[in-house]
Design a protein. Structure first.
Length: 304
């Protein structure tokens, strides 16, 4: 397992390098940040002086090399909106995003796995059709629309929950449910199809022929082997949750990376945008490595 994980860690290096290239050039080619930092009536000379002070008048490859050297020193640049280093600002927002995404993924798994398993056990019945319809509906509804509907119903009409901010469990419910609905809708069909594929294997028929209860056959023998593709889907949903949080955090005024990135894009704050994307990339890589470790624990053949 150690050799397998070392090989996976080595594969992370080119991924991070490619991400830094894409992020840097996409952000720098999106526009001139001095237009947001100076008043509209600023002279061209003032703009050129600011560009020179920020190093924006240098060739892109030189700016990229300076950017890479700064990353190795923990320097992600200076945010012109906050007039402070970008890294501490981003690190301050990470706990809020991790809290929201962790609760959302737990809710998704708690909803999706039982429904997927029950739908597989009830294959061809009205309950199976109902679960499939709910999964399709959950995938079709945009997260921002779900969030707005929850605010209108639970926050405005019935005043059951606060509609914005962070600090209490009540404030966490609506944004986490907003993200969990779409995520669970993606996981349910995979759990169902994986279980349907497994329950027709020879070793499942053998377990049934031994007289084991259906519950034991499903949850002790079939479910474990159906988990590998489910873990893959859950790991893939982590970056999707951060992507969905861009809108969800803005709607619910949740002070996380998503809201910070939207603010950075609006103000063309390159340092903030780059730091946010790189942090989300790093979190995604860590999650995928954890998923790889779970693969090895569930199915030792993967180590080969």
């Amino acid at each position: 397992m150690g050799k397998y994980m070392r090989r996976r860690l080595l594969q992370v290096i080119p991924v991070l390098l490619i991400v830094t290239v894409v992020v840097f050039f996409m952000v720098h080619l999106s526009g001139d940040p001095t237009s947001m930092m100076l008043p509209q009536d600023a002279t061209q000379e003032a703009r050129e002086n600011l560009r020179e002070a920020l190093g924006l008048n240098r060739p892109l490859h030189v700016q990229y090399w300076i950017f890479i050297k700064g990353l190795f020193q923990g320097d992600f640049g200076i945010s012109h909106k906050y007039n402070a280093p970008a890294l501490p600002i981003v690190l301050e927002r990470i706990p809020a995003s991790l809290e929201l995404c962790a609760v959302s993924i737990v809710l998704s798994v708690v909803i999706a796995i039982p429904l997927g398993v029950w739908a597989a056990r009830a294959h061809g019945t009205p309950f199976d059709s109902l679960v499939n319809a709910l999964a399709v509906l959950g995938q079709a509804m945009p997260s921002f629309w779900i969030g707005i509907m929850l605010i209108l119903l639970l926050g405005v009409k019935w005043t059951l929950l606060p509609v914005s901010g962070r600090g209490s469990m009540a404030q966490l419910i609506m944004p986490s449910v907003t993200l969990a609905i779409g995520t669970s809708a993606q996981i349910i069909p995979l759990v169902r199809s994986s279980m349907l594929e497994i329950v027709h294997e020879d070793y499942i028929r053998t377990a049934r022929s031994k007289g084991l209860s259906e519950r034991t056959v499903i949850y002790r023998h079939a479910f474990k082997n159906a988990l590998v593709p489910v873990i893959t889907m859950v790991a893939l949903q982590i970056p999707a949750l951060f992507g969905g949080a861009l809108i969800t955090e803005t709607i619910f005024a949740w002070p996380g990376l998503g809201q910070l990135m939207v603010t950075g894009v609006t103000n063309h704050d390159m340092a903030i945008v780059q730091a946010c994307i790189l942090m989300i990339t790093f979190i995604t890589i860590v999650v995928n490595l954890c998923a790889d470790m779970l693969y090895c624990l569930i199915d030792p053949r993967i180590r080969m």
